[in-house]
Design a protein around this ligand. Structure first.
Ligand SMILES: *[C@@H]1O[C@H](CO)[C@@H](O)[C@H](O)[C@H]1NC(C)=O
Ligand SMILES: *[C@@H]1O[C@H](CO)[C@@H](O)[C@H](O)[C@H]1NC(C)=O
Length: 775
């Protein structure tokens, strides 16, 4: 009879320890919901946001862009929402419209107070979605389709996260990642006081902070991390939509997790090949994403059938497979986001900046080659292959994130909170401590951009063609350049030593050129505090802000916070107002200083306003809401022509193959297979949560199963017109066969939609000949 108590005790012990490992219900202190949605937007004709190069026009997809969201709520208390966008930056207008939709759905549950929308700073996404003039010059004004893709996608991923709210716990971890960013303005950084610089080992922040979400029932369901490095691994000449290094890292980590699941305990990020070794993302998204896809795909399939003339059963197979999978969707989708931080002076082009003529390093202080900035380019680790640089910098972030994810043990506990205010930065009084005691009051200035702004950076020299005086035929620029304004004496003095190129803060025609009213916001989850800033802080500017808020929280927190508080800066959040340097960096007037809009005391103004938020957070006081930013939607001017009509040559149908894969050929892994189709403008249907390109594998006699889509690193969708105004167009799919591809018979398909002269949209599909991949 001695056996029984032993067994009982053993099972109690096991039960207890299992609960500890799995996270017992008492450990699940929050409700957590995650969401993710496609925000790729128009993959043709639209100028890309970031480099402000009028020639950089989207024409295809490297991989898709997504919005990823977490919601964290106290079971009976506050909640916060954080959205990370694979976009260059947040936009005030997008934020306003998302908040309106959330209000219509949920009343006062989600407002500007507790919702943060942040951009990763990819320079390879469609532009035209910001409301201030200066950010939409090269996109020929406002682009409704880019804007709608963002607003719709953000709303959908927040709705998903809301509907997924379930008990869970959050773990936090930090670590150094040394080789994913370098300072691109070190001469500016060196102008900071030596004593301050000596506190830090590096001239950029190397720390990644990661939070891991663990669902009580399902275990780990996702992670978000913050790390500072620019989204400029893809260059200013790249025309393919891409999430750059952070989008890539997110893709790799989500794929890693899916495969980890299917490989039963497989845990190491080192033994797979990111971006090439995975099940099709699109299908798995649809599986977990029971929105309206079933119907859409049905319709799509029906129209494929018409244009393709195939038996219905065949063309419906993709849709029906997806629908069946939908019914089996039970587990939450793993969501992993790589968020931007104080990346202002941080370049992912870690090999340094070199002159393209001589191959020598550029001038240290001015980033020039023989006095010319156009020749100086930063080099990524995959130089000269920008796709490789993107993959490598993405992979480095991904591997660090996996390491932090696998070893995270510190649990977030405590209150969820938030504080938000709108602040007019154009004329703000800032109290600075005087050396001998007392306070000196200084002021911010109306926004202005200095001459160095036009020179660009080593990541993209010569941004904007403003300095050329003329317009290079850009009709939007013609429209607005006449209001260029000479700055007032007062403004020149206020902005000193910035030589003013564009006095944007004082230019209001046809509507505001630059923001004056900016949102500042703090989100708190236990001992994690997120500072949401509407711009790109440089390394030292970010350090000063974090340190100041940390001091405030610890000294004024009455024990709520101790030295264990984790503070991250979420850059490019809620709206966009370019750069924020330190006062000392501002004096040097490199690109970042020239783009610090509100004068030399911009950073001090931020610190002052964030301190107010921190104080209010501690004592649970409300803050003055401040003046709301303008909604300029009705004033927007759009000069991007619509798609007029798509056409094919006589005797050719949309989706017909123009240049097929080589006949009867066998390919090896590592080979590139290409096929070109007669196509139509991708703007007719963005294929949101779908694909323009699909590699299918033959299973059995006649069943084609999807293997890779346009969200895969190995499959590129390149779209082009034979001539600028031609109604004809071509789509080339390039598949670099991954090492992990199984041997078999494959074909490459194209999905698209064409526009008739009367405006109706018809879907079409086409397929290459079958080909073989073998050893
Ligand atoms: C950069 O400028 C500083 C300050 O003018 C000067 O002392 C330094 O020698 C310059 N460095 C180089 C490499 O030209
Ligand atoms: C090559 O392709 C032709 C049709 O183009 C086909 O008739 C023939 O059987 C193929 N040969 C091989 C070896 O597969």
């Amino acid at each position: 009879m001695e056996g029984q108590p032993v067994v009982t005790w053993l099972s109690v012990f096991l039960l207890l320890s299992m609960q500890n490992i799995g996270g017992s219900s008492s450990a699940s202190n929050y409700l957590i919901g995650l969401g993710s949605y496609d925000i790729t937007g128009p993959a043709a004709d639209v100028n890309m946001m970031g480099y402000a190069s009028a020639e950089q026009i989207a024409s295809g997809v490297h991989f898709r862009l997504r919005a990823r969201t977490f919601i964290v709520a106290e079971p009976q208390g506050n909640r916060v929402v954080f959205v990370n966008l694979d976009a260059c930056m947040a936009s005030q207008l997008v934020t306003i419209k998302v908040l309106e939709r959330l209000k219509a759905r949920y009343g006062d549950l989600y407002t500007e107070q507790n919702v943060a929308i942040s951009g990763i700073h990819t320079h390879a996404g469609p532009g035209g979605y910001l409301q201030y003039v200066v950010y939409i010059v090269t996109s020929l004004g406002f682009v409704r389709q880019s804007f709608d893709a963002l607003v719709d996608g953000i709303e959908k991923c927040i709705v998903q996260a809301h509907e997924n709210l379930q008990p869970g716990s959050i773990y936090i971890n930090k670590g150094e990642l040394l080789d994913a960013g370098v300072n691109r303005s070190p001469s500016s950084y060196l102008n900071n006081p030596a004593a301050e610089r000596s506190k830090y080992k590096y001239d950029v922040d190397k720390e990644m902070t990661l939070i891991k979400f663990v669902n009580e029932e399902w275990g780990p369901i996702g992670s978000f991390n913050w790390f500072a490095t620019h989204g400029t691994s893809m260059s200013r000449t790249n025309p393919l939509i891409s999430g750059d290094n952070k989008g890539a890292a997110a893709r790799f980590m989500e794929d890693w997790f899916e495969q980890r699941g299917s490989h039963n305990g497989f845990n190491s990020p080192h033994s797979n090949n990111p971006g090439t070794d995975r099940v099709p993302r699109r299908i798995s998204n649809l599986v977990h994403n029971p929105l309206e896809n079933g119907n859409e795909l049905m319709k799509l399939a029906a129209s494929f059938e018409r244009s393709e003339g195939r038996p219905a059963t065949r063309s419906l197979s993709v849709a029906s497979r997806v629908r069946n999978a939908l019914k089996r969707a039970d587990k939450p989708q793993f969501v992993s986001a790589f968020c931007q931080s104080n990346c202002g002076d941080v370049s992912p082009n870690v090999l340094g900046a070199f002159c393209i003529d001589s191959g020598l390093p550029c001038d240290f202080n001015h980033s020039t080659c023989n006095g010319k900035n156009e020749l100086c380019y930063g080099r990524g680790p995959g130089y000269p292959d920008e796709f490789e640089s993107t993959r490598i910098i993405g992979e480095r972030q991904f591997r660090k994130a996996v390491e932090l994810f696998n070893t995270a043990t510190e649990q977030l506990t405590g209150k969820v909170g938030y504080k938000h205010a709108y602040v007019d930065f154009s004329n703000l009084e800032v109290g600075l401590p005087k050396r001998g005691g007392g306070t000196e009051v200084v002021k911010t200035c109306p926004a202005a951009m200095g001459f160095a702004f036009a020179a660009g950076t080593t990541d993209g020299p010569g941004a904007f063609d403003f300095t050329q005086g003329d317009d290079k035929g850009n009709p939007f620029w013609k429209l607005v350049r006449n209001v260029l304004k000479a700055p007032s004496k007062e403004q020149v003095k206020c902005q000193h030593p910035k030589p003013i190129l564009l006095d944007t803060g004082e230019m209001k025609i046809p509507y505001d050129w630059a923001p004056s009213i900016l949102p500042v916001q703090i989100l708190r989850i236990g001992q994690l505090v997120i500072l949401n800033v509407p711009g790109e802080f440089t390394t030292m500017a970010g350090r000063r802000l974090r340190d100041a808020i940390k001091m405030s929280l610890i000294s004024g927190g009455g024990g709520q916070f101790n030295s264990n508080v984790h503070i991250v800066i979420a850059g490019l959040t809620n709206t966009y107002s370019q750069y924020v340097t330190t006062f000392e960096e501002y004096q040097v007037q490199r690109y970042e200083g020239a783009s610090t809009l509100y004068g030399p005391h911009t950073l001090s103004a931020y610190i002052q306003e964030f301190k107010k938020l921190a104080a209010a957070l501690i004592i649970g006081q409300t803050v003055m809401p401040g003046p709301p930013p303008p909604d300029l939607l009705d004033k927007q001017i759009s000069l991007l022509p619509p798609v007029v009509v798509d056409a094919t040559p006589l005797g050719v149908k949309f989706g017909d193959v123009k240049t097929d894969v080589p006949q009867n050929s066998t390919f090896k892994r590592g080979d590139m297979v290409a096929v070109t189709f007669w196509s139509a403008c991708p703007r007719n249907d963005l294929m949101t949560e779908g694909t323009f390109a699909l590699v299918e594998l033959l299973q059995g006699q006649n069943a084609w199963v999807p293997a890779y889509d346009d969200d895969d690193f190995c499959l590129k969708f390149k779209w082009s017109r034979p001539a600028k105004l031609s109604p004809q167009s071509h789509a080339t799919m390039e598949w670099k066969i991954p090492e992990s591809a199984v041997s078999g018979v494959y074909r490459i398909r194209h999905f698209g939609a064409s526009k008739s002269l009367f405006g109706s949209i018809s879907h079409f599909t086409g397929s290459s000949s079958a080909f073989v991949v073998a050893n």
